[in-house]
Design a protein around this ligand. Structure first.
Ligand code: SF4
Length: 442
């Protein structure tokens, strides 16, 4: 049962030393009760208190790692049902099903999807290896799939075939997605032997609950709950009920990430699979498996995921630095704007459209828009001048022309004083006027 802030407070040292980052022990206790901070952030808690509290204050949903090395991904660890309540923690993974027959063709397509969007790599993180009845071919498929460097899902309910594949790829820590009420003992033993995460399914939610309890009883705590059913309606019900039972009903038996195979919900129908994949990205598939992933599928899906799995309380930003556009070299002029992602993409898009080489310099402006960051003191003549001098930008770029946003034209005079070598040029107020401005400027 969840503890209240007051229960936790009774066990704190009550010295208000602030070492945990909270102003008082009471404030710290309230945050722990909300799941916003871990109990071990207080270095003065007695072992007895920690033992009492650690189980009760542990996150309701476990964080599970699937894959190894660069292909390791964290799943779960969520604390809220709705993103606006706080934030979602670990983004869902997208996987594509492969068989011995389809592997080569699908891998060609999958490896072509690999791009950056607002500092995040967008690619198919996992391959789901579908068992088609031949254990040797399955092990060979596993070996080939391991060489891709992607996380692996062994979608196989045959213990002997799963063992053969695990003998080849066990060190890649695949998700062994095959346990059910019928084979729970065998699969639990395999997962224990190869130290991998076990995917558990059930014909009904009650059966899934009982099977998870039985597997937990064997000491296995790294599980993924399989929500792949015959119908989209049931799969959706599984995903929502599991998450609700865990986070609202505090039923820790369902406190694990989930997997949904939309390829099974709409075989051969790429458009419907895309719609289902969007649905389960929002509610609540930790791994979404599709039959294939084309570039046209990826763009909206990854965009959706990035929006769902960003912190709504933090603006999206781009890294401060120099972004050369249109083949700009050291002789191209400098334009500057803020690090708020939306501003960056609008401004860089218009500058690219102008076709004039320019070095876009982004300074740390707190992730706000131009006027907001200026009003908040994050964008000023001092901050721009400091960024240009402290980051060696004046050494890297020979041009001494600096274009500033029209909305902060007021900075021109002060910038001329702080950067006496530079000619300060004021851009138009609106990004849409940048194309004409840059062409005239050139
Ligand atoms: S570190 Fe511990 S003792 Fe210090 S204020 Fe935080 S909760 Fe209280």
């Amino acid at each position: 049962m969840a503890l209240k802030g007051l229960d936790i407070f009774k066990l704190t040292p009550k010295t208000n030393c602030k070492e945990c980052g909270s102003p008082t022990c009471m404030a710290f206790s309230m945050k722990v009760a909300q799941g916003a901070i871990s109990i071990d952030k207080c270095p003065h808690m007695s072992q007895e208190a920690l033992d009492k509290l650690s189980e009760a204050t542990a996150p309701l949903m476990k964080t599970i790692t699937v894959g190894a090395g660069e292909a390791a991904h964290q799943l779960g660890g969520e604390t809220v049902l709705y993103r606006h309540e706080k934030k979602f923690v670990n983004r869902n993974l997208f996987a594509v099903t492969v068989t011995p027959e389809t592997f080569d063709e699908k891998w060609e397509q999958v490896k072509g999807i690999d791009y950056d969007r607002i500092g995040e790599r967008m690619y198919v993180e996992a391959l789901a290896l579908e068992y088609t009845g031949d254990a040797d071919a399955y092990a060979a498929l596993a070996e080939k799939a391991k060489a891709t460097g992607r996380a692996l899902i062994l979608d196989c309910d045959d213990a002997a075939a799963a063992r053969k594949a695990l003998e080849v790829v066990g060190d890649a820590k695949p998700l062994l997605n095959g346990a059910s009420a019928a084979n729970a003992d065998e699969f639990a033993a395999l997962a224990q032997e190869f130290k991998c995460v076990l995917g558990v399914s059930g014909a009904t939610l009650d059966e899934l609950h009982d099977t998870v309890e039985a597997i937990e009883g064997k000491g296995l705590k790294d599980l993924v709950l399989n929500c792949s059913t015959a119908s989209a309606k049931d799969a959706f019900e599984y995903a929502v009920q599991i998450r609700r039972s865990d986070l609202k009903g505090q039923d820790r038996t369902f406190g694990y990430p989930s997997i949904v195979n939309v390829a099974k919900l709409a075989p051969g129908d790429a458009h419907l699979q895309e719609a289902y994949a969007s649905l389960f990205t929002v509610k609540y598939g930790s791994i979404v498996v599709m039959e294939e992933m084309s570039y046209a599928d990826a763009l909206p899906l990854y965009g959706l995921r990035q929006n769902v799995f960003t912190d709504p309380q933090k603006p999206m930003t781009v890294e401060p630095g120099i972004y050369p556009l249109n083949g700009a070299d050291e002789n191209a002029p400098i334009a500057t704007t803020v690090d708020f992602a939306l501003t960056y993409f609008v401004v860089s898009g218009e500058l690219e459209r102008a076709g004039v080489p320019v070095n876009l310099v982004i300074s740390d402006a707190g992730g706000y828009s131009v006027l907001t960051s200026w009003a908040a003191g994050k964008l000023s003549a001092s901050s721009i001048a400091k960024f240009i001098s402290e980051n060696g930008i004046a050494d890297k770029i020979k041009s001494r022309k600096l274009i500033i946003p029209g909305k902060v034209a007021v900075l021109k005079g002060e910038l001329e004083q702080k950067l006496p070598d530079f000619e300060i040029i004021v851009a138009p107020n609106e990004a849409t006027d940048l194309v004409k401005f840059m062409k005239q400027f050139a």
